[in-house]
Design a protein around this ligand. Structure first.
Ligand SMILES: [Zn+2]
Length: 403
């Protein structure tokens, strides 16, 4: 059966070490290269959509999380506070929202600033019990693709629809196939903040944004501060989890006393929209490794081009090809050790999308023979043409290996 933990080991993407701790995986160079390509893509997608990126620390004073409500409603999922002195305790954050509320509040805001989209790929922590941890799918240190979009109430509908569009675009580029959209609502019980009128209004806004989308309703799955749209994925073992999410929050703007000046000069309260396009890097990669069986689209493959010189003669040509590919922004390796057949098999095992074979004849002609992942071999072509093919596929984030 396909299992991201086994593939992660075979492809040298990540390891877990009991000395580091359960649920605290280490990303190896190949995994980190793929992850960085995805992070850069998401940041660029957000930048083009008007998001403003910030950097905030993964821990903060206890009082910050008392104010946000996390210590009151969410303490069971958090690591215990760390005490420096009697009146100085720190908390590993379980979410980025408290810091982003402080970013909003760092200066006066007017209606012209809204929607203000405060985005960060940031660290947060959950005290998951060791029994439920495994590979990348359940971890204790989480790197979340997060944003908090502060809007006027009348902007919320369009903002949520824009977010759903961005989610679809990111899913298409990455190869995510959602199992379904879910409207997560309050259930019975006391663990929710805010009054009934706020909840009803937030639910109405989300239902309106989902107009034309097929979805199910899930009572009891809301966040403690508001209803949300969750986009579900199913892993190779059939387990369902949430990847992307859009959540409405009327509560934190109250708690942090957030405001803006409207066009008439009056002070008004913004709505906070928590959203993640692709979830955490950990859960996303647990899913991507399985759905692609390790054969990522070329744009985020750890090594995009493996150069194989046939014998010692064309070593210089192979190095020149690799240098040119590197300068063109590609991730490239040259492999010399072993027979050509063994090296081609190794590149296939590592799911490298392009193998460039350089023999004496290719070296003399300034050419390279490209082999595509899957086994197809192209006729020798000039080095510049081969690099143009690869760059074209990578640049368009295509899922096939020829333009
Ligand atoms: Zn949040």
């Amino acid at each position: 059966m396909i299992d991201h933990r086994r593939l992660g080991r075979e492809l040298d993407l990540f390891v877990s070490d009991p000395l580091a701790g359960a649920g605290l995986p280490l990303w190896l160079p190949a995994g980190a290269a793929a992850r960085h390509a995805v992070e850069e893509y998401v940041r660029e997608l957000e930048r083009r959509a008007g998001y403003r990126h910030v950097v905030t620390p993964p821990l903060g004073r206890r009082e910050l999380f008392e104010l946000s409500g996390h210590l009151g409603y969410f303490a069971d999922d958090m690591f215990p506070p760390m005490r420096l002195s009697a009146d100085d305790e720190f908390v590993l954050r379980p979410a980025l929202c408290p810091h982003h509320a402080l970013v909003y509040r760092a200066r006066g805001r007017s209606y012209r600033d809204l929607p203000l989209r405060v985005a960060e790929l940031g660290g947060m922590y959950r005290s998951e019990r060791s029994g439920v941890l495994g590979g990348l799918s359940r971890v204790r240190a989480i790197s979340l693709n997060d944003s908090h979009n502060f809007c006027a109430l009348e902007q919320v509908g369009e903002e949520v629809r824009d977010i759903l569009r961005l989610i679809r675009e990111a899913h298409a580029a990455l190869g995510v196939r959602p199992a379904g959209f879910r409207l997560s609502l309050r259930g019975p019980g006391e663990k929710y903040v805010g009054d009934d009128a706020q909840w009803a209004r937030a639910e109405d806004l989300l239902r309106a944004a989902l107009d034309g989308v097929e979805y199910t309703e899930a009572p009891g799955e809301a966040a403690f501060y508001g209803p949300k749209i969750d986009i579900q994925i199913v892993d190779a073992a059939g387990r369902e989890s949430t990847l992307s999410t859009v959540q409405l929050d009327f509560d934190k703007p109250e708690r942090f006393d957030l405001s803006y000046t409207d066009s008439g000069g009056a002070r008004r309260r913004p709505v906070m929209v928590h959203r993640s396009l692709v979830g955490s890097m950990e859960r996303l990669f647990a899913y991507l490794i399985e759905v692609h069986e390790g054969a990522f689209p070329a744009w985020y493959a750890p090594v995009q081009l493996m150069v194989l010189p046939i014998d010692d003669g064309p070593a210089e040509a192979a190095d020149a090809l690799a240098a040119e590919a590197l300068a063109a922004g590609l991730r490239v390796e040259v492999e010399r050790a072993g027979s050509l057949g063994a090296r081609i098999r190794d590149a296939a095992r590592r799911r490298v999308p392009y193998v460039g074979v350089v023999g004496p004849r290719e070296a003399a002609a300034g050419e390279v023979s490209l082999r595509l992942r899957g086994g197809r071999v192209l006729d020798p072509m000039p080095v510049a043409d081969a690099l143009a093919v690869i760059r074209g596929v990578v640049g368009s984030r295509s899922h096939v290996l020829l333009p």
